[in-house]
Design a protein around this ligand. Structure first.
Ligand SMILES: [Zn+2]
Ligand SMILES: [Zn+2]
Length: 407
C-alpha cells in the first residue's frame, strides 16, 4: 500500500473500499444497498396477513420522515412489477396514507412537501386529518373527563360544547393535557385510531409503518418507563395482530435509523421534518418529554455500545402477551387489552393528585355509583389501561375526548 491512508475493504464483496460502517461491519455502497433491501424484503415476506380469500391490500403510512420515506420507496419497488427487483407481488393493491397534523403544528409547508413526494408515486393516496376524530358527521356524542372525590369518570358532553369545530376541539384537547409526555401519548393513540379507520374504510388488511430498529428500541424503553410494558408485544412487535381484521407490519424493524438515512441519501430521497410536541417544548426551553429524553439516552448508549439497539429490539421481539394476565376488556382510549388490576397497581405504586382521591375509593364500584347523582357519569377506572389512566389523570377536568372514546 503506497499511501498511509489505509482504506478498509467491504466485508461482503471484499473488493471495493468501504463507504459505511454498520454495527462493526464495513460495506461498500452497492453491498450496503443489497443488504438493506434484503432485510426489508425478508421482513415483509415473513409478515402474516389476516385470512382473506384474495391477496390483501397494503396501506403504507407516510409521515414524510426519514423512515417512512424509505418505507414508501421500498414498498413501491416491492409492489411495482418490472421495477427490477424481481419480487413476487405479495399484495393486491397498494395505497398511501398520510395523516395531516397541521391542525396542531401549523406547518403548511411541511404538508405541501409531503404531498409533492406522494404525487411522485402511482398509488392512490388517502389523507386524514387529526381533527377527524372530532368529526360530528362521524360521532354523534363525545365524552369529557371528570375527576372528583369519588374517582375518575367520563360523562357525555353538553351539546353546546360540541358545536365547536373539530379543529378547535382538537386544539383544546391538547391544551387540556398537561405534560408533553402525555400529549405525545395522546397523539399516538389518535394516529393509531386513524390508521385503523383508514385501513378499514379502504379495504386494506395490512398497514406498513416505518418503525426502524432505533425507533423500536426507544419506544420499548419509553413504554416500559410509562408502565406500558404489558402491551409492548402489540406496539413494537414484528407485526401487531391486536385487531383481527387489520395487521400492522414493521418491515424496517431490522434497520438502524443511520442505515435508513444513508439509504435515502444514496437514492436521493428527500424527507420532511415534522414538528413534534418535544421539539416545540424544547424551542420554548420547557421541560422535555420522556420520549425525547429516552431518544437521547438510547442514541448516547448506541454510540458507545453499538449492540444496544439490536439487543433491545431482539429482546422485545421475543416478548409474548401472557393470556392469563389479560382481561377480555379493551381500553376505552388506546384499545389495547387491559392488564389485570391496572388501576389497583397504579394506586399502589404511583403518587399524584388523582391517587390521593382514589385512595378514598372503595373497591366495589357499584357503591360509587350510588353516590353519584348524575347518571351520565361513568366510572372508568377499570376500563382504562395503566397508561391511559395516567393520561386521564394528566388531563384537565371537562376536556372533551376524541370521538372514538365512547362509554
Ligand atoms: Zn461490497
Ligand atoms: Zn389504554
Amino acid at each position: 500500500m503506497e499511501s498511509g491512508n489505509q482504506r478498509v475493504t467491504c466485508i461482503k464483496c471484499k473488493v471495493l473500499p468501504s463507504d459505511i460502517k454498520i454495527r462493526q461491519a464495513n460495506f461498500c455502497k452497492s453491498c450496503f444497498q443489497l443488504n438493506f433491501i434484503t432485510k426489508f424484503k425478508s421482513n415483509l415476506a415473513r409478515s402474516a396477513a389476516p385470512q382473506t380469500e384474495k391477496r390483501p391490500n397494503l396501506l403504507v403510512a407516510f409521515s414524510g420522515g426519514n423512515s417512512s420515506r424509505a418505507l414508501l420507496q421500498l414498498c413501491s419497488d416491492f409492489q411495482t412489477p418490472g421495477s427490477g427487483t424481481k419480487l413476487q407481488q405479495k399484495y393486491n393493491e397498494m395505497l398511501i396514507l398520510h395523516l395531516d397534523e397541521s391542525a396542531i403544528f401549523e406547518d403548511q409547508d411541511a404538508e405541501k412537501s409531503i404531498m409533492e413526494i406522494i404525487e411522485k408515486y402511482p398509488f392512490k393516496c388517502i389523507t386524514k386529518k387529526l381533527e377527524d376524530v372530532f368529526s360530528s358527521s362521524r360521532y354523534s356524542k363525545f365524552v369529557s373527563k371528570t375527576t372528583n372525590s369519588k374517582g375518575l369518570f367520563f360523562s357525555h358532553s353538553l351539546e353546546k360544547e360540541t358545536n365547536e369545530s373539530p379543529k378547535d376541539l382538537l386544539v383544546k384537547l391538547f391544551e387540556g393535557i398537561k405534560s408533553t409526555t402525555s400529549k405525545e401519548y395522546m397523539l399516538e393513540c389518535i394516529k393509531h385510531h386513524l390508521l385503523l379507520e383508514a385501513a378499514r374504510e379502504n379495504g386494506c388488511e395490512v398497514i406498513a409503518v416505518g418503525n426502524s430498529a432505533t425507533r423500536i428500541a426507544v419506544k420499548s424503553i419509553l413504554m416500559t418507563s410509562e408502565g406500558r410494558g404489558f402491551s409492548l408485544p402489540f406496539d413494537v412487535g414484528a407485526e401487531s395482530t391486536l385487531e383481527e381484521d387489520v395487521y400492522i407490519v414493521r418491515p424496517l424493524r431490522s434497520s438502524l435509523s443511520k442505515e435508513i438515512v444513508y439509504y435515502n441519501n444514496l437514492l436521493g430521497l428527500e424527507s420532511v421534518t415534522i414538528p413534534t410536541f418535544s421539539t416545540k417544548a424544547n424551542a420554548n426551553s420547557k421541560i422535555m418529554s420522556l420520549g425525547y429524553l429516552t431518544e437521547n439516552f438510547i442514541s448516547g448508549l448506541d454510540l458507545e455500545y453499538s449492540a444496544t439497539v439490536p439487543t433491545v429490539t431482539s429482546t422485545v421481539g421475543k416478548l409474548k402477551v401472557n393470556a392469563n394476565a389479560t382481561t377480555n376488556k379493551k381500553c376505552l382510549i388506546c384499545l389495547a387489552p387491559i392488564g389485570d388490576n391496572a388501576s389497583t397497581w397504579r394506586k399502589n405504586v404511583t403518587i399524584d393528585s388523582l391517587d390521593n382521591t382514589l385512595k378514598e375509593l372503595k373497591d366495589d364500584s357499584s357503591k360509587i355509583d350510588e353516590n353519584i347523582k348524575d347518571e351520565n357519569l361513568v366510572n372508568v377506572e377499570n376500563s382504562l389501561c395503566y397508561s391511559c389512566l395516567s393520561l386521564a389523570s394528566d388531563t384537565e377536568n371537562d376536556t372533551i375526548l376524541p370521538g372514538f372514546v365512547q362509554i
